[in-house]
Design a protein around this ligand. Sequence first.
Ligand code: 5GP
Ligand code: ZN
Length: 115
Amino acid sequence: MADCLFCQIASGAIPADIVHQDDDVVAFRDIDPQAPHHVLVIPRRHIEAVRDATGPEGEQLVGRLMAAAAAIATDLGLDERGYRLVSNTGVDGGQSVFHLHVHILGGRPMKWPPG
Ligand code: 5GP
Ligand code: ZN
């Protein structure tokens, strides 16, 4: 999608601090980190949010995103202490970029409930 920020990061048109990429998934450090480790995991394919990842293909894509997030968290050394995965969805969810993404947040204790 030409005017989508994360599509442009996935294609390399806009630079980012990429920590992982493969045929389906790109992961890069958040520009405004909310924890010592804050990485965004996105599908290369433009999908607005998790609610749009429907059907067998959508399920497979969400599975790939979560598996990639877990593998990246391992690479970042977060397994022992743990981490949080978040996918903000829509206005009430606090989504600000409308291309599906999973936040990996780690390196400090997380609070609950979230704000
Ligand atoms: P959301 O609010 O949609 O859940 O998350 C979007 C995230 O994208 C935010 O945490 C924000 O800091 C991050 N972000 C926005 N613009 C850029 C950018 O140009 N580069 C990177 N690396 N992250 C961005
Ligand atoms: Zn996009």
